[in-house]
Design a protein around this ligand. Structure first.
Ligand SMILES: *Cc1c(COP(=O)(O)O)cnc(C)c1O
Length: 461
């Protein structure tokens, strides 16, 4: 019989010590941070699950590649190695490096998007939405109906509602809709994958209406691996082949190399449209840099070139998806309500179901984040009414978000199984005393993106 245990497919060569803290120290730190985990110092966190963006560990091959980095201003060989590596999974004609994903977004929407237009997506990521709205256009989410119920298990809950897209394009046409985007995996929708069937359907609708399709490709390798596991006709195909086929249905993409580029910084914008590429490079020069480095050091381009080769290796992806699933499976077995099924990069806890006695506007996601830090020094992030609620323009009255979630994002190749076992145990403790957990109120907020800097106070009994 073959051994079934899935192991971390790496050994540890350099270690980063974690500073242990006591519960009373953490009580004091979180009070001093006004109960906002963004205001904690990272050194006071034991297991940091705030984000999987730029927080991964580089391999020995990536560190070795840094030394090869060529810092020539124009025409660096590091750029050509980067371009070749990108094209292996992203067969687009023009590859434009940027310092991170949102820079690619800003340039794309600056050249394609006019005020009053609509850009549909399965679910826009927050920077994508903000860059579209900054152009005076509307960012429209068209998630599939299965995504509304957090407890329902569906293999491709990240899909776009293709029928709704078709109806929109029949009504509005290419003058009103300059491009359609598809985010893989669907980050804001719980890290859920999009099926190849859905990509094909969306692509066919776009082509029929003469509207270009762009992929927000941040987690393209995790998405391609889910397709391999869950879409029968792809079981025998390599992840790189699946990624290439997926991209072939699109006209371009935006990418943050801080996710599935296995880099600590970087990104790119890709397109098959030569005219568009020329305009994009002009803007790139204005704010990011010359088109063969785009705001990155040559060594960063080298690290990404190697990262993109490593991220499609199946032993890596098997470990990656299994370790996220492991956390989700173990806490949900204890009764903790999570978004099902576990996504690729993160577990989302349904904080409203965890703390039904805490009103949405007493912020159950914040209450849970604070409790998890107090209990065990673990940092997650609220994705609920603090992040996505809003105030009525006229009355100033506060409206809650649709869901109250706490996200635990797993950095790539950073934590071992015993770290995750520690997280599971912390959850069991917090779950056991959930009825005693109380909500918070906002003592200070800034007028936009308030979650980063808000200060909270416990709600009085
Ligand atoms: C992270 C992310 C972005 C933005 O990338 P940055 O590198 O953080 O600027 C865009 N879309 C999705 C889906 C992301 O997860």
């Amino acid at each position: 019989m073959a051994i079934k245990t899935i192991i971390e497919p790496f050994r540890i060569k350099a270690v980063e010590p974690i500073r242990m803290t006591t519960r009373s120290e953490r009580e004091e730190k979180i009070r001093a941070a006004a109960y906002n985990v963004f205001l904690l110092q990272a050194e006071d966190v034991l297991i940091d699950l705030l984000t999987d963006s730029g927080t991964g560990a580089m391999s020995s091959h990536q560190w070795a590649a840094l030394m090869r980095g060529d810092e020539s201003y124009a025409g660096s060989p590091s750029y050509y190695r980067f371009e070749e590596s990108v094209k292996r999974c992203f067969p687009f004609e023009h590859i434009i490096p940027t310092h991170q994903g949102r820079a690619a977004e800003r340039i794309l929407f600056s050249v394609t998007c006019e005020p009053g237009q609509i850009v549909p997506n399965n679910t826009h990521f927050d920077t994508t939405r903000a860059n579209i709205e900054y152009r005076g256009a509307e960012a429209l989410d068209l998630p599939c109906p299965e995504s509304a119920d957090t407890s329902e298990r569906h293999p491709f809950k990240g899909n776009m509602d293709a029928g709704a897209l078709e109806a929109l394009l029949d009504r509005e046409g290419p003058d009103k809709v300059p491009l359609v985007m598809l985010t893989i995996t669907n980050n804001s929708g719980g890290g859920q994958p999009v099926s190849m069937e859905n990509v094909r359907a969306v692509s066919a609708i776009c082509r029929r209406h003469g509207v270009p399709l762009y992929i927000d490709a941040c987690r393209f390798a995790e998405n391609a691996y889910f397709i391999k596991l869950r879409e029968p006709e792809y079981g025998d195909r390599s992840v790189a082949e699946i990624a290439r086929e997926l991209m072939s249905h699109a006209d371009g993409c935006t990418m943050s190399a801080k996710k599935d580029g296995l880099g600590n910084i970087g990104g790119f914008l890709a397109t098959n449209d030569g005219d568009l590429a020329r305009q994009e490079k002009d803007l790139l020069i204005l704010t990011e840099g010359y088109p063969t480095y785009g705001g990155l050091a040559g060594r960063d381009l080298e690290a990404i070139a190697v990262g993109l080769e490593e991220v499609v290796q199946e032993d890596y992806l098997q470990y990656r998806i299994a370790s996220t699933d492991y956390l989700g499976r173990h806490i949900s077995a204890e009764g903790v309500p999570i978004v099902q099924p576990p996504g690729g990069h993160a577990i989302y806890i349904d904080a409203a179901a965890f703390l039904p006695h805490v009103e949405p506007l007493a912020y159950p996601g914040i209450a849970l984040a604070v409790e998890l830090y107090r209990e065990a020094g673990i940092r997650g992030v609220e994705i609920g009414s603090v992040m996505f609620g809003h105030r009525e323009a006229e009355s100033g009255e506060e409206r809650p978000a649709e869901k109250e979630l706490l996200r635990l994002a797993i950095p790539r190749r950073v934590y071992t199984q015993s770290h995750i076992d520690y997280v599971v145990e912390a959850f069991i403790e917090v779950w056991r005393r959930r009825e005693a957990i109380r909500g918070y109120r906002i003592a200070y907020e800034s007028p936009f993106l308030r979650h980063f800097t808000a200060r909270f106070e416990p709600v009085e009994e």
